[in-house]
Design a protein around this ligand. Structure first.
Ligand code: PIT
Length: 448
């Protein structure tokens, strides 16, 4: 490193030296050869200059290469920078990798002209399946505009990659913040849930079902106390069929049937039976609604079930359905068998428990809607009449316990069922599993 093209010059070609010596020797003696040699000299000088230029180019390439190598060794971000289309890098300065999976990466970037920060999600799209999944995600993102839902600024598409320029959320995941605080009371839970419910009410009114609601998909916009909470990751989202979309079992294959007029293209693209496999085979089944497991009609109520699971976690640091094997876990979900036993449930108000019960209701038609959650007395009062007990110690202890159990069961992937209270960056719990982006992308691969 540090080689400068001015100091280390390339060896001139033998021909070049030969011509020079030749011309010096003969210069005075043979006037007649003067013109001849002049031409040769010029040719040599030209060659020498071009040799030098070529060598300089070679050196500068070498220097560049070694700079790249060193950058790659010292800066892990250099590798993914190369993955960006020049159109994207012309407009955005790629700063750092903030999340990655098998087919997607999220980077922090800065708009070169306005200096405004953004998150760019890079999706590797392969084959028809990949394109369709991506178009469906894009279709949803292009239409949403709400303070509790991630906003899309622009999109760049190439044959094999799609770049989603999104608003940048820097406040961390919901559970990260719970852990980071010294205190956590029911009131704090209601604040967060109000924002999620508000985002969900908006999505459901629009006809969007998120279908992958979990704590790691809920990000704070900024690190301040008053930050809004944002719903992200629409990779499994679909448009709700206002009539009925049902899955009928035909042997091993589930077939989607639809009753009446609706935007069949979108629904067909996203609400396919294969999504069931995606969610159950390698997704996060702890948040799956019973009707999804039973392959019954799927509606926005599946998000409300997931919100019930999230509320349970938020107040206790543990999962309502926490069986160590998938068959047992699925059975528990299908029966709706959960309890409020153990720490810290004794200290949690019955209003909060009623909120959870109204969400973890087996029949989707009887489950609270997003609109109804916002009218539930626990949320409306912001837990004013509820327990003011600091639940922080029990919550973090339960989360910590789960993280260490998960990592001892499956140290590398953390993909054992029952291990899924995850934080994308896992910074606080250290050994906790990291799902989120990587998990979903992997599933799309398996399902395709
Ligand atoms: C951020 C910060 C961050 C992740 C994201 C955004 C990801 C957002 C996202 C991911 C999706 C999607 C929509 C948004 O469909 O750490 O600002 O898969």
């Amino acid at each position: 490193m540090g080689t400068s093209s001015g100091k280390v010059l390339p060896e001139p070609s033998k021909n070049g030296y030969f011509c020079l010596i030749n011309s010096v020797v003969n210069f005075k003696k043979q006037e007649t050869d003067k013109e001849n040699c002049k031409e040769k000299q010029q040719a040599w000088l030209w060659r020498r200059r071009s040799d030098r230029r070529a060598s300089r180019r070679a050196i500068s390439e070498e220097v560049k290469e070694s700079v790249h190598l060193e950058e790659r060794m010292t800066n892990p971000n250099a590798k993914f920078r190369a993955k960006f289309d020049p159109r994207v890098t012309a407009r955005y300065d790629i700063k750092a990798l903030i999340g990655s999976g098998s087919f997607s990466r999220v980077v922090r970037a800065e708009h070169r002209r306005t200096r405004q920060p953004f998150a760019i999600k890079l999706l590797e799209v392969k084959g028809r399946e990949g394109h369709e999944a991506c178009q469906s995600e894009l279709g949803v993102l292009r239409r949403v505009n709400h303070c509790n839902v991630i906003r899309l600024a622009e999109v760049f598409e190439t044959q094999y990659r799609v770049y989603l320029v999104l608003e940048l959320a820097t406040g961390g995941e919901l559970l990260e913040r719970v852990i980071a605080r010294g205190t956590f009371r029911e009131r704090d839970a209601t604040k967060a849930l109000m924002m999620v419910s508000s985002g969900l009410r908006y999505l459901h009114t629009l006809g969007v079902i998120h279908r992958d609601l979990k704590p790691e998909n809920l990000l704070y916009y900024h690190p301040g106390q008053d930050s809004r909470l944002i719903i992200t990751d629409f990779g499994l989202a679909c448009w709700e069929n206002k009539t009925t979309v049902s899955f009928q079992s035909r042997g091993d294959t589930a077939v989607m049937t639809q009753d009446a007029d609706f935007d069949s293209v979108d629904v067909e693209k996203s609400c396919q039976a294969k999504d069931w496999a995606v969610r159950t085979l390698c997704g996060t089944p702890e948040y799956l609604a019973p009707e999804m497991l039973a392959r019954r009609p799927c509606s926005s109520a599946v998000d409300m079930w997931a919100l019930g699971v999230i509320t349970y976690i938020l107040l206790s640091g543990s999962l309502p359905f926490d069986q160590s094997s998938r068959p047992r876990l699925f059975r528990a979900i299908l029966r709706g068998s959960y309890s409020f036993h153990g720490d810290p449930w004794k200290s949690v108000s019955s209003l909060a428990k009623s909120f959870i019960d109204r969400l973890l209701t087996l029949e989707p038609e009887h489950r609270m809607t997003a609109e109804e959650t916002l009218k539930h007395p626990w949320l409306v009062s912001m837990a004013a009449c509820s327990s003011n007990k600091n639940l922080h110690r029990s919550i973090s202890r339960n989360l910590q316990r789960r993280a260490s159990r998960a990592s001892s069961r499956c140290p590398s992937s953390g993909s054992t069922p029952g291990s899924r209270i995850s934080m994308r960056s896992g910074s606080r719990l250290g050994s906790g599993p990291r799902l989120g982006l990587s998990d979903r992308s992997q599933c799309q691969k398996i399902a395709a």
